[in-house]
Ligand binder design. Structure first.
Ligand SMILES: Cc1cc2nc3c(=O)[nH]c(=O)nc-3n(C[C@H](O)[C@H](O)[C@H](O)COP(=O)(O)O)c2cc1C
Length: 391
């Protein structure tokens, strides 16, 4: 399958290919969000309210896209964010994402909900690899994963704080995600016809031994957690600020709090010694009705931007979106669906195409703005429409 232009010009094209390859249950798991998906829609809309202010007639022969995050020099201002169940979208899932991040000189953040082992994912990349932590499975399981991540050479821990309970993702309910993950074959039957209509995905899924337990959530005494038990496991092991004490003892590298949406939580993260935060709505998949993360970014940067590294994610579908968030003052951004659509469409080749598209877009946007590097960007290159900001 060709992923070249003009078949694949932008990330929307990769989304279209992902939709064609995946059964509805898997596509909607990737594409969907919580409740009425208000926050998801606002995440993409907010970028349109940040307007560029270019300086023309500036020579920009080459552009330096490099940034430094948590002491690591990255060749591009984006990292590949944690996407749970990546292996369900494509058998290579997390392995492909890690390899792509390494090839492009950036970091990959592996989700706790990975289908591949911590060690195998790390082995795919010589670049920095970070681990995203949920406490699903309890403290024992988390300590086991932290020890393995440390031994494998992961360099930072991203503690996700916005998931005390799984969001209400109605597309997943309608598509029978729970039934499909469960053991009862009769309950799966209504959803089988749609799966059969996606033979390329199905053949790869069967060859990959179908649904398997999570290899990095190993509950002491009972082994790897089954996918069907994840929602309950998340709810029974909610992270709180007091957990940071033992997490800090178990992990000696930098800690980044992921899912910060208020100045309050940003300041609390700083008070707890977090080396970084990710301003994020979890792709609109948790509390629907939050503002787009881009709208709260300016206030959070003003409050803690000089005290901790502020990373941004949510709704990035173009390189120009990366440039907007960086001009606001983000240290770097995470791509979520922006690369996952490519992964779901075509594994390694799909992620590669997504990254190519983002890089070309960023370079073009910088040149059009009259900038030669990420470090030159600042808020004088953008203006926000009235009413944009939420404090
Ligand atoms: C299918 C899917 C699975 C995700 N899984 C996780 C996860 O396991 N842990 C986590 O911290 N964030 C997870 N996220 C959130 C992403 O890391 C990131 O914050 C978000 O996707 C950014 O928004 P965007 O997809 O609009 O770019 C997930 C997002 C999606 C779309």
């Amino acid at each position: 399958m060709s992923l070249a232009s003009p078949r694949v010009v932008n990330i929307k094209d990769l989304r279209r290919l992902a939709r064609a390859r995946l059964p509805d249950a898997v596509f909607d798991y990737l594409d969907g969000a919580a409740d009425d998906e208000v926050t998801l829609k606002d995440s993409e809309k907010a970028f349109k309210e940040v307007l560029f202010k270019p300086r023309f007639a500036v020579a920009t022969p080459a552009c330096d896209l490099g940034v430094t995050v948590l002491g690591h020099k990255l060749d591009v201002p984006f990292m590949l964010g944690p996407i749970g169940y990546s292996r369900l979208m494509h058998p290579r899932g997390e392995l492909a994402a890690s390899a792509a991040a390494g090839r492009h000189g950036t970091a990959y953040i592996l989700s706790t909900m990975s289908g591949h082992r911590i060690e195998d994912v790390k082995a795919q990349s010589s670049g920095p690899t970070f681990y995203q932590l949920y406490l699903a499975g309890g403290r024992g399981a988390a300590e086991g994963a932290i020890a393995r991540a440390k031994a494998a050479g992961y360099k930072a821990l991203f503690v996700t704080i916005d998931t005390p309970v799984a969001g209400n993702r109605e597309r997943d309910v309608r598509n029978g995600m729970k039934e499909l993950m469960g053991a009862n074959p009769f309950k799966k039957l209504p959803y089988v016809p749609n799966i059969l209509m996606h033979p390329r995905w199905l053949a790869a899924f069967i060859a990959d031994s179908m649904t398997r337990p999570f290899p990095n959530i190993v509950v002491p005494g009972s082994g790897p957690l089954a996918a069907i038990d994840v929602a309950a496991a998340l709810e029974s092991a909610q992270v709180s600020w007091t957990d940071l004490k033992w997490i800090r003892e178990a992990w000696d590298g930098p800690i980044v709090m992921k899912g910060v949406m208020t100045v309050d939580d940003a300041k609390r993260s700083v008070d707890h010694g977090a080396e970084g935060i990710v301003v994020s709505t979890h792709a609109g998949r948790q509390l629907d009705g939050c503002a787009a993360s881009l709208r709260v970014l300016p206030g959070i940067l003003e409050a803690v931007g000089d005290k901790t590294e502020v990373i941004f994610d949510g709704g990035i579908r173009r390189g120009a979106d990366v440039v907007r968030a960086m001009a606001m003052g983000a240290k770097a951004v995470l791509l979520g669906r922006g690369y996952a659509y490519g992964m779901a469409a075509a594994g390694d080749a799909g992620i590669e195409r997504a990254i190519e598209i983002f890089k070309a877009d960023i370079v073009r946007t910088l040149k059009l703005l009259g900038c030669t590097s990420m470090s030159q960007l600042n808020s004088s290159y953008i203006a926000m429409r009235p009413g944009f900001r939420v404090d």
